[in-house]
Design a protein around this ligand. Sequence first.
Ligand SMILES: NC(=O)c1ccc[n+]([C@@H]2O[C@H](COP(=O)([O-])OP(=O)(O)OC[C@H]3O[C@@H](n4cnc5c(N)ncnc54)[C@H](O)[C@@H]3O)[C@@H](O)[C@H]2O)c1
Ligand SMILES: [Zn+2]
Length: 354
Amino acid sequence: MKTIGYAAQAAGSPLALFSFERRALRPGDVAIEILYCGVCHSDLHQVRNDWGWARFPLVPGHEIVGRVVAVGADVVGFQPGDPVAVGCMVDSCQECDQCHAGEEQFCRNGMTQTYADRDRITGELTQGGYSRHIVVRQEFVLAVPEGLDLSRAAPLLCAGITTYSPLRQWGVGPGSRVGVIGLGGLGHMAVKLAAALGAHVTVISRTRAKEQDALALGADALLASGDTAAMKAAASAFDLIIDTVPVRHDVTPYMPLLDVDGTLVIVGQVGPLEPPATVPFIMGRRRLAGSLIGGIAETQELLDFCGRKNILPDCEMIRMDEIDTAFERMERADVRYRFVIDMASLPVPADAGF
Ligand SMILES: NC(=O)c1ccc[n+]([C@@H]2O[C@H](COP(=O)([O-])OP(=O)(O)OC[C@H]3O[C@@H](n4cnc5c(N)ncnc54)[C@H](O)[C@@H]3O)[C@@H](O)[C@H]2O)c1
Ligand SMILES: [Zn+2]
């Protein structure tokens, strides 16, 4: 089945129109016409091969919302026309303890990433959501609840679940004191979701520049990490800090902000940190942890939660041919707070399938 997308042909090259094949439907597969795809900072990392495991040609995109166009013979619960979503994973073994526990992201045999990965059966490269169509096995297709604005739902599939999962894992609820470092795509979802769970939420930002935004997103306060006196005054003030900073940095100044037994969860930087001082860990039994997206059941739980509470990301809609400018702006932290690509802006050639 022919489709079309935008791909990088090599590390760091600009994205350009790319025709390629989606696999023929297997019995358990759902074919989806993609309507919207969010632009995650991971897409930029992968296009530049920052993590060293990208594969080219590479069609990025793992915040996918669309409508079902066809289903395989064994598909249960999805039919053409249904609004659906796909996130960062498209397959896993379905047999190991982690898959059974609904933590497919930690599949013992390796989950299959939506793009820059290899199909478990054929070994073909997986290609992501900056495209008109995708074919995904039904276990990795999410239902978009009725009433959720499709044009804004896409970032929930990565920015949303990546911040929701640690909030749930660490039991955030009314009375929890949550800090969020880095107010970008992930950070702004962390604020909205933590606030919706009833927590007291503080954005921890380098300056006060985003204070009004932080409050408008639902935060109770902003703490400027560059303000030494304010940082000192905030000692032991948090139970959980979610760190979304996308680059190498030093967590040492943030650790004393945690209360005894508090945890700082890294979801941003995939790679080295500056070596941290251990004193704040020892003097307060503070913990440094990490978290990767979330399982499929938890992602569905998030979508349903956002449907009930009408929680949506703040999106700036772009055309597919504006992606390189969007990447540049993301690099400069000039995005409020997630770019979403309108896939109708991508031309479909006459010979495309579906
Ligand atoms: N763990 C996971 O499962 C997972 C999932 C998705 C994304 N990620 C990673 O999370 C990171 C963030 O992604 P995003 O889409 O939110 O990016 P983004 O560009 O939208 O936001 C990053 C924010 O961090 C801020 N920032 C940058 N350097 C900072 C610093 N030194 N101190 C404080 N703030 C700083 C920027 O101003 C920006 O607001 C990326 O590295 C991405 O690859 C991880
Ligand atoms: Zn992502």
